[in-house]
Design a protein around this ligand. Structure first.
Ligand code: UT7
Length: 330
């Protein structure tokens, strides 16, 4: 069967070994396990080593996804990396990973869509495949956010973690193979200031003053972000279901962006879906931004929580603001 649909051929994920628990954080900032658990659902998060940058984490998940797809890196036509914690402003982290993998035939670029990064990137990959331009695309979401949080700011440092996930996307070749059914993407730049890393760019170039003012750290107005996160992820979920002509009950597993268990529960309540259909791992990893949904997808597949043919809905929301959703048939 010839088709121009895009399938996921392999997935993988990687989180650093080092675990930072809420009890560890109690020793660093004025917080408590009780506060973090009840307000966010997070119990622990992973922290990259001093010598591990976003590309190192991304490289590990990329190798796992390629192995899962039984594909050699030289067969890749394109590498897209979704990250807000790149190794450097430029060149792209995608180029660094391309070289490490030996993916010498692949073009490579980064995407900045914050926590919605994986949804934006896999949708871009889908379109490249469907347009017939490329055959094999590696999508990587990788974050080393521990390097961008202010470890003196209890409002943010308890929330984020490091990790990466990757998916190989290629042409759907047989009727039995699953595919990326549909996606929707949105953005609203009105809210740029609610979630940002202000310093070190061309607006506020790095200087002694920007460093003194801690402008190179991630800043978030948590409460305002919270409300819009619930609203936007619900909107994206309904939009993608409608585009795909599906109902919530057709979905075997919902994977919402893992930022806060209360956001996930608010969405679940409105969607009226049972607990067993909503995957949660925010307790183990905290918010790994672009990587949360692909790490979760890898876990549900590897743990056998879903089976071939099942439909999975990924939905995310993040800085920009950006938000979006995608439905994948496994
Ligand atoms: O991934 C991109 C999207 N990001 C998100 O979706 C995150 C969205 N926001 C959130 O998850 C929540 O808003 C937070 C977890 C960040 C905060 O929860 P909240 O229920 O909205 O709390 P709040 O910001 O209203 O703060 C309540 C209180 C404040 O104290 P006062 O002013 O009421 O005395 C904070 O200073 O909690 C205090 N607080 C803390 N206390 C202990 C803030 N952080 C901490 C902390 N430990 N770590």
């Amino acid at each position: 069967m010839s088709s121009n649909k895009a399938s996921i051929l392999g997935i993988g994920s990687y989180v650093p070994d080092k675990i930072l628990t809420n009890l560890d954080l109690e020793k660093i900032v004025d917080t408590s396990d009780e506060w973090i658990t009840s307000r966010t659902g997070i119990k622990e998060r992973r922290i990259a080593d001093d010598n591990q940058a976003a590309s190192d984490l991304g490289y590990e998940s990329a190798k796992r996804a390629l192995k899962d797809a039984k594909m050699n890196a030289s067969e890749l036509d394109l590498i897209i990396v979704a990250t807000i914690s790149p190794d450097m402003i430029f060149p792209a982290t995608a180029c660094i990973i391309q070289e490490k993998l030996g993916a010498k035939n692949a073009a490579a670029f980064d995407m900045s869509a914050a926590c919605t990064g994986f949804i934006y990137a896999i949708t871009t990959a889908k379109m490249f495949i469907e347009a017939g331009m490329y055959n094999n695309i590696l999508v990587i979401a990788t974050e080393a956010l521990s390097k961008f949080v202010d470890w003196e700011d209890r409002n943010t440092c308890v929330l984020f973690g490091d990790g990466s996930g990757a998916a190989v996307v290629g042409k759907k070749k047989s009727a039995k193979q699953g595919y990326i059914i549909d996606s929707c993407l949105s953005a609203n730049g009105l809210y740029v200031d609610l979630l940002k890393t202000p310093g070190g760019g061309s607006r506020y170039p790095a200087s002694k003053q920007t460093v003194k003012d801690k402008m190179h750290y991630l800043k978030m107005s948590g409460n305002e972000v919270f409300k819009l996160a619930v609203q936007s992820m619900l909107e994206a979920t309904f939009e993608v279901l409608e585009k795909a002509k599906l109902k919530p009950e057709d979905i075997a597993c919902f994977i919402p962006h893992q930022a806060n268990i209360r956001i996930i529960q608010a969405i679940q309540k409105r969607l009226k879906v049972p607990d067993e259909k909503v995957y949660i791992n925010v307790d183990k990893y905290g918010n790994t931004s672009a990587a949360t949904v692909i790490i979760a997808l890898d876990e549900i597949v590897k743990q056998g929580l879903v089976k071939k043919g099942d439909k999975v809905l990924l939905v995310a929301f993040g800085g920009g603001f950006t938000w979006g959703a995608t439905i994948i048939q496994l």
